[in-house]
Design a protein around this ligand. Structure first.
Ligand SMILES: [Zn+2]
Length: 155
């Protein structure tokens, strides 16, 4: 982030920024982040800033590989996330969900939470609150613990 008024440059950690904005109920979409970050230079606080994302590496092949990997992981998570909100009488244990769980395995290298998600998915849901939310949250927490980049809206 570069301040257009005092020229102060600050590099913010993505995870720290998401955490901070979630706590303060500020928007997480990139457009609102770009539009609302104030200058952190003491005594300036100008809202006239320029926000750019820094790539984590300069190696283009590595960047492409990492980007493809992150997109695939978040796509699988979005399937599980949406499935956990299915109506009581709509089955969760469908092929798309099974595929998403398989896609996530290489990222986690541990079946525990994936198996609990599937177990919840195949279990009869007698109540509207019987769903896969808890195993879903455990999967997200485990991915974050592995240092992977989970989209903010999927947490
Ligand atoms: Zn400034």
């Amino acid at each position: 982030m570069t301040c257009n008024e005092c020229g102060h440059v600050r590099i913010c950690d993505r995870e720290a920024l998401i955490h901070h904005r979630t706590r303060h109920r500020a928007g997480l979409d990139w457009a609102s982040v770009r539009a609302s970050l104030p200058c952190w230079n003491a005594g300036c606080g100008s809202k006239h800033t320029r926000v750019e994302a820094l790539p984590f590496s300069q190696d283009r092949v590595e960047l492409r590989r990492k980007r493809a990997e992150t997109i695939l992981m978040n796509l699988a998570l979005s399937v599980l996330h949406a499935a956990s909100y299915r109506e009581k009488d709509v089955p969760i244990a469908t092929p798309d969900v099974r595929l998403a769980l398989r896609v996530l395995y290489p990222y986690l290298r541990d079946e525990t939470h994936l198996r609990s998600y599937w177990a919840a998915a195949v279990a009869p849901r007698d109540h509207a609150w019987d769903s896969c939310h808890r195993p879903y949250e455990a999967i997200v927490a485990a991915l974050l613990k592995c240092g992977l980049t989970v989209d903010a809206e999927l947490r």
